[in-house]
Design a protein around this ligand. Sequence first.
Ligand SMILES: [Zn+2]
Length: 67
Amino acid sequence: MEIRCSWCTALMGYKDGPDMTTHGICPDCAEAEKAKLDRAMIRKYNAGVVDMIEDLMMFAPIPKARV
Ligand SMILES: [Zn+2]
């Protein structure tokens, strides 16, 4: 059974099994897909300033109450 990348169809290797093609993702395409996902997340944040501020506040240290 040959293993091909579903994105660029690069041959990634072989494994035991029926004479057919199975699909995976090659390291190059995995990296490209991850970068696309990162950009999509950034666009989402840019589109929703309020969400971003709320998310940032979750990570900000809790200010000490003034006495
Ligand atoms: Zn690929």
